[in-house]
Ligand binder design. Sequence first.
Ligand code: GLP
Length: 263
Amino acid sequence: MRVIIEPDYEALSKWAANYVANRILAAKPTPEKPFVLGCPTGSSPLGLYRNLIDMYTAGKLSFQNVVTFNMDEYVNLPEDHPESYHSFMWNNFFSHIDIKPENVHILNGNAHDLIAECNHYEEMIAEAGGVDLFMGGIGPDGHLAFNEPGSSLSSRTRIKTLTTDTIHANSRFFNGDLSLVPKQALTVGIGTVMDAKEVLLVCSGHNKARALKHCIDGDISHKWTSSMLQMHPHAIVVCDEAACDELTVGTYKYYLDKERGNL
Ligand code: GLP
């Protein structure tokens, strides 16, 4: 695992966006062989998306030959609800770049048959040749996508019941009203993310310090599902200083020294 420690949110977002842009550019994607990008929601990737939009606006990057698969979506929340992940993605990213709408894939949490929807999603990812780069955030309880504590570390796309912790955390998007937060979501599994050729997580702020500790500095456990990335051959976690508050000094220094070339 590679861990990048940047001073603050702005710097980590820039680092992550540059990395993603360079991977897309290096792949020289074509309509026949597009670049497949996994996309998260949440506040963590907002800066990353803003930087990618800036690169597109400056003519440095195109998404014409990029195919996306989002990580998750709430169940039974209308697609046009302002807090649906469909709305989030179009408002914060897709509407500002040249991606083809037919290349965007987001799970349908209102599908008549949710299990069939999840299975079909896995098939579409496989048909696209797998995900080249899965971007992600980390929940305060260490979850990746909506793979809540206790999720199977080999899970695939499925329906997941949200934990009380997540319902509380996400109530900030629903006027703080717990009763308005959907109780279930469709989410790619940990196994789905692990199949990606590369995974890039962004993690910012003191409230993520415990999750980051368990993700990179603890044992692999279904209690902290992002810790499974320790088994991924090409995983990168980009974090800021505040998120490092609970790392051991040895771990913190090791990753800083490694990136500075002092080791
Ligand atoms: C939600 C999303 C996750 C995201 C997490 C953290 O639960 N399903 O993919 O990583 O929130 O969000 P934030 O970045 O806003 O803290």
